[in-house]
Design a protein. Structure first.
Ligand code: KIV
Length: 279
């Protein structure tokens, strides 16, 4: 499906049907202007809980709340017409069990208009995924490096190497069998991501995985060079907007101090210019 040819946003089933047909393009967004910028080009847009680190300066995603996800979800929804909206379930909003997950997922969907939610976890989340899907909540799964578990994973390491490989394969099959319509693979060795892509009937969305995945996602502030605190290996910077922005701010500050801004074209005269009389 070509994003530019589309008139309405795809639904989770349309994203699932793209497997094997066309690479799925996605980015994160947290604001209306950013969502507008990517709407023509992305098949789906994720309001990731990365919002906590990228926009709110938190040290990890663990402090992100339901209120933050809903506020940013509503902002992004206002900027999208053609791309599907997916919203992350924040840490602590679904792990207690299926009933907690359903009530928070339903709130996210009702208050933002999102078509689906994303949650982290494999085998141990399968029951919750099946519960949500059976009750009308499409779920995008997220396995491999799951940043909400950094304290138990021991940091932001590549997942699924060596003797972890088969356990991660089981995670992939568990979320697909539970009814997830797609699965994000984060920081998974390329050969394992390719195996998952071949074995699963649902699309794999890679981030630090493999060009062979059914789709790719990046954090938009990373790929635009707006978030520069650190750069994971899997990020390609397509622009350096942070540097462009800083140069513009430095120029503005210099002009204000030199009293050369505002110029005559930016200020107002005492009286508004008279309109010519209508004939
Ligand atoms: O929160 C996020 O931005 C994500 C993507 C990295 C997939 O989960």
């Amino acid at each position: 499906m070509s994003a530019t040819a589309r008139k309405t946003a795809p639904m989770p089933d349309d994203i699932r049907a793209m497997k094997g047909a066309s690479p799925i393009v996605s980015l994160t967004a947290y604001t209306t202007p950013m969502a507008r910028m990517m709407d023509d080009y992305c098949d789906f847009v994720l309001v990731g809980d990365s919002v906590g680190m990228v926009l709110h300066g938190l040290p990890s995603t663990l402090g992100v709340t339901m209120e933050m996800m809903i506020l940013h979800g509503q902002a992004v929804a206002r900027g999208l017409q053609k791309a599907m909206l997916v919203i992350d379930m924040p840490f602590g909003s679904y792990e207690q069990g299926p009933a907690q997950a359903f009530s928070n997922a339903a709130r996210i969907m009702a208050e933002t208009g999102a078509a689906a939610v994303k949650l982290e976890g494999g085998v141990h989340m399968a029951e919750t995924i099946a519960f949500l899907v059976a009750r009308g909540v499409p779920v995008m799964a997220h396995i491999g490096l799951t940043p909400q578990s950094i304290n138990t994973l021991g940091g932001y390491k590549v997942q699924g190497r060596g003797d972890q490989t088969e356990a991660l394969m089981r995670d992939a099959h568990a979320v697909a069998d539970a009814g997830a319509f797609s699965v994000v693979l984060e920081k998974v060795p390329a050969s394992l991501a390719d195996r998952m892509t071949a074995e699963l009937a649902i699309p794999t969305i890679g981030i630090g995985a493999s060009a062979g995945c059914d789709g790719q996602i990046l954090v938009v502030d990373d790929m635009l060079g707006l978030f520069t605190a650190f750069k994971p290996k899997f990020v390609k910077r397509y622009a350096a907007l942070g540097a462009v922005g800083e140069a513009a701010i430095a120029e503005y500050a210099a002009e204000v101090r030199a009293r050369s801004f505002p110029g005559p074209e930016h200020i107002f005269a005492d009286a508004a210019p008279q309109k010519a009389p209508q004939k």
